[in-house]
Design a protein around this ligand. Structure first.
Ligand code: SF4
Length: 293
């Protein structure tokens, strides 16, 4: 529970505030960008939401914050906002919200496979209203984990929905109850319309998931940087091998997708060849001795 007496000084006065327990995960700035800003190491309220749309987005940010660092004088709106999650991104794809401190606020998603089954991609924290929403969508066929850092409450969702966990062997110690362990570096079919692409680099067992809906779930391998206005990856958060991550990035060039949904960092929609152009520019930067983060 956020407390007013620990509010960061950059907040503008009003009904929403961020306190000093913020871990700077960026979630609120993505969910409600009109309200929250980066205040150098943490978030803060830059403009109090006034119109209903901005107010509802700020309320969703309260729910999505992994550390309960956002306070609000609108508990009624926050409660109503539970009904907004999962939030549909495009046909057959949803953002789960309800991020977990154990994955540093990583984004998780739901995606429909070609056979109609629903898959979770990485996991949020346990949230009964999300569980109920998933039930209404037909339950989970499985949970795909992009890498070891973004497991969060996946085992609990797996148990609740009798859904197998899927992880790569090189990160498998992070999910000891996984029912399916991917090995090697070849692409593997997860379900109709869903293909696993191993992308070692950020971690040894990182893997992306390609949906034939034109979506790539990239975990922490690749994201959109709002700061530089480009696709990005960073040595600063490369835990395994920058050389392998660069090689893995090259593997993505010829895949067919125009929407990028990462674990951390911004989403991207780059149609008409824009994704490939963006990847080429990023790969060129990655091959230099240093790359901007
Ligand atoms: S979502 Fe919460 S922890 Fe993450 S940046 Fe915003 S206030 Fe901080």
């Amino acid at each position: 529970m956020a407390t007013r007496d620990r509010a960061v000084h950059e907040n503008v006065p009003g009904s929403f505030f961020v306190d000093d327990t913020c871990i700077d995960c960026d979630t609120c700035r993505q969910v409600a960008p009109l309200t929250f800003i980066d205040a150098d190491g943490h978030s803060a309220v830059q403009v109090q939401p006034e119109d209903p749309t901005a107010l509802r987005a700020a309320a969703r940010a309260v729910l999505c914050c992994p550390t309960n660092s956002i306070g609000s004088a609108h508990p009624d709106v926050v409660k109503l906002a539970q009904g907004d999650l999962p939030e549909q991104i495009t046909d057959g794809v949803w953002y789960c919200g309800w991020t977990s401190r154990h994955s540093f606020g990583a984004s998780s998603y739901l995606v429909r496979a070609g056979d109609g089954d629903l898959w979770m991609v990485d996991a949020p924290r346990w949230a009964p209203s999300l569980v109920a929403a998933i039930e209404r969508l037909g339950g989970l066929a499985g949970i795909f984990l992009t890498h070891r850092d973004d497991v969060a409450d996946a085992p609990r969702y797996a148990e609740r929905f009798h859904a197998p966990l899927v992880i790569h062997a090189r990160d498998a110690d992070a999910a000891p109850t996984a029912a399916r362990v991917i090995t090697g570096d070849d692409a593997v079919t997860l379900a109709p319309g869903l293909t696993i692409i191993p992308v070692p680099g950020h971690t040894a067992g990182s893997q992306a998931l390609l949906s034939d809906r034109g979506v790539l779930f990239s975990g922490d391998h690749l994201w959109w940087s709002r700061r530089i206005g480009a696709l990005n990856a960073s040595r600063e958060v490369c835990w395994h091998s920058w050389e392998e991550q660069t090689a893995s990035m090259r593997r993505l060039r010829d895949l067919s997708f125009d929407r990028l949904l990462p674990g951390h960092g911004g989403r991207a929609y780059l149609p008409d060849g824009g994704m490939r152009q963006g990847l080429d520019a990023l790969i060129a930067r990655m091959q230099r001795p240093m790359v901007e983060s």
